[in-house]
Design a binder for this molecule. Structure first.
Ligand code: XMP
Length: 506
């Protein structure tokens, strides 16, 4: 069991994810809540942070029960913290130290760098630098710009690195974490999707007891995996509700309900399309649309939940990227979009929340789903946002626009399946632009809508790149859309990456 102390870095969850990739269980705790009982922890990692150790508001946890007592790895801020408060010196650096760097000197025969070659690429992201090492420190590695890129404290299992081993661009980062956790700290590698299922099912049983739980099923991977986990834990006390918000893909409502029939889940389909469309009437601001959908969604849920006697919990398939992009975990990460399924409930619902997947990334959710025997077809489904087509119809929403976009989207998605491209793409969809363009059809001038197609590659939705789809496919798809969907006379393909764009347009 590994403890990660979070100082508010964007990358803290990536550390956790890398640790889990090594089949090691870990827990993230905020820096100001160091667990009192450390007996179950075999190693501790200190994360990076947007703060400077020299600032007045710098996080300063009490590490007296940790440092020198448990194997400890300080990453970035963590490394600076251990330097600054234990006899070293941290200063603002003269050169910008962001992005790619190479470990130019690696001290030989150091366990932390076993199997890591000279010049290994690492990723830096810091504006302070460690000028002087703390007492009893031994320098382990440098880069061209950073003298003290890695050090350890003599006589302790305390290691510090200025770079980020958790990001993909640090080529040997995972090896370094393995060296620290497995070879230095001796942590067991017994954490698997199966272990996650067992542990989560037990936790859910304990938390929920004999109470009833209501869950919003969307047909997507996250809510399905959450439902199956809960079903394992509490069986018939799980009541699933699938709301048609009128903003789903073509035929999705019926198809999804069919899918769940065989899975033994107790699902009720509720068609609230009209209610959602009414609430969205005349609204064109993206955040306002999301909030409106969130509000109606909760109302519909509340109505349905009242029909279930004595229901105490609301379960959600929230996964980690939803959390980090919606709220600031420790203050500093900015709100990019308010994803409707995060952020708590109004009092009137009086339901407690269970989110068994809150700490997982999408690919981890898929592995957990596979472990529980959910069909590959269902697990392979592209992510689809909660507010659905509402955030892919730019501007205000009408039933007619929804219909047009559903047709376009269906042609695009079915095409991807026919061309065997669907599984190569992480997420795809169509966007209806609030733009009309001039065209010509059969000698007649047309003045109709423009749609954009978007297909991205990603592993977790946090970053993404556009897919290089074959020109022939794009050509065929564009033709089919313009010929078959009345009201559309132009198709464009979105070639923006995230960042700086996002996957959705709103
Ligand atoms: P962005 O557009 O932020 O999307 O790059 C990242 C991923 O999140 C999905 N997404 C949402 N999912 N509710 C959701 O459940 C939302 O409000 C929402 N907004 C975006 C998006 O489809 C992509 O997979």
């Amino acid at each position: 069991n590994v403890l990660i102390l979070d100082f508010g870095s964007q990358y803290t969850q990536l550390i956790a994810r890398r640790v889990r990739e090594l089949n090691i269980y870990c827990e993230i705790h905020p820096f100001h809540k160091v667990p009192e009982d450390l007996s179950t922890f075999k190693a501790v990692i200190l994360s990076g942070s947007p703060f400077s150790v020299r600032g007045e508001d710098a996080p300063q946890p009490d590490l007296s029960n940790i440092k020198g007592k448990l194997p400890l790895l300080g990453v970035c801020y963590g490394a600076q913290y251990l330097a600054h408060f234990f006899g070293g010196k941290v200063e603002a650096s003269n050169v910008r130290e962001y992005g790619r760097a190479n470990l130019s000197v690696i001290k030989d025969k150091e366990a932390l760098f076993a199997s890591i070659t000279e010049n290994s690429q690492v990723w830096m992201s810091h504006s302070d630098t460690i000028k002087e090492l703390p007492d009893n420190a031994v320098r382990l590695a440098s880069t061209a710009d950073v003298l003290n890129a890695a050090y350890r404290i003599d006589g302790e299992e305390t290691y510090c690195i200025q770079f980020h081993p958790e990001v993909y661009h640090s080529t040997d980062g995972k090896q370094l974490l393995e060296n620290f956790l497995v070879h230095i700290a001796g942590v067991e590698q017994s954490w698997t999707p199966g272990a996650f299922v067992d542990l989560t099912v037990n936790e859910l049983k304990e938390k929920i007891g004999e109470d009833k739980v209501v869950l919003g099923l969307s047909g997507g991977v996250d809510s399905t995996v959450a439902a199956v986990l809960l079903h394992k834990a509490i069986g018939k006390n799980l009541y699933c509700i699938f709301v048609n918000n009128g903003l789903l893909r073509k035929n999705e409502f019926v198809d999804v309900l069919d899918q769940y029939k065989d899975m033994g889940l107790n699902v009720k389909g509720v068609d609230a399309s009209a209610r959602f469309l009414k609430a969205l009437e005349g609204k064109s601001d993206p955040e306002e649309k999301r909030k409106e959908i969130g509000r109606v969604f909760i109302e519909v849920f509340d109505d349905e939940a009242h029909d279930i006697e004595d229901v105490k919990f609301l379960a959600q398939g929230t996964i980690y990227p939803d959390v980090i992009e919606s709220i600031s975990v420790n203050g500093p990460s900015a709100t990019i979009k308010s994803h409707h399924n995060v952020g708590g409930l109004p009092d009137f619902m009086k339901l407690k929340i269970v989110e068994p997947l809150r700490m997982l990334f999408k690919d981890e959710v898929r592995r957990v789903g596979k472990e529980m025997g959910i069909s590959p077809k269902l697990l392979g489904r592209h992510p689809f946002p909660g507010p659905g087509l509402a955030i892919r119809i730019l501007g205000d929403i009408t039933a007619e626009k929804v219909r047009i976009l559903q047709e376009v989207d269906a042609i695009f998605i079915n095409g991807l399946r026919e061309w065997e491209l669907y599984d190569k793409v992480w997420q795809a969809g169509a966007i209806l632009l609030p733009v009309q363009s001039v065209g010509v059809m059969g000698d007649e001038r047309t003045y109709e809508q423009v749609v954009a197609l978007r297909a991205v590659e990603s592993t977790d939705g946090m970053t993404a790149d556009w897919c290089n789809l074959p020109y022939e496919f794009l050509q065929k798809t564009s033709n089919t859309i313009i010929n078959r969907v009345k009201g559309v006379n132009r198709v464009v393909y979105d070639i923006s990456s995230k960042p700086p764009a996002t996957i959705e347009w709103e």
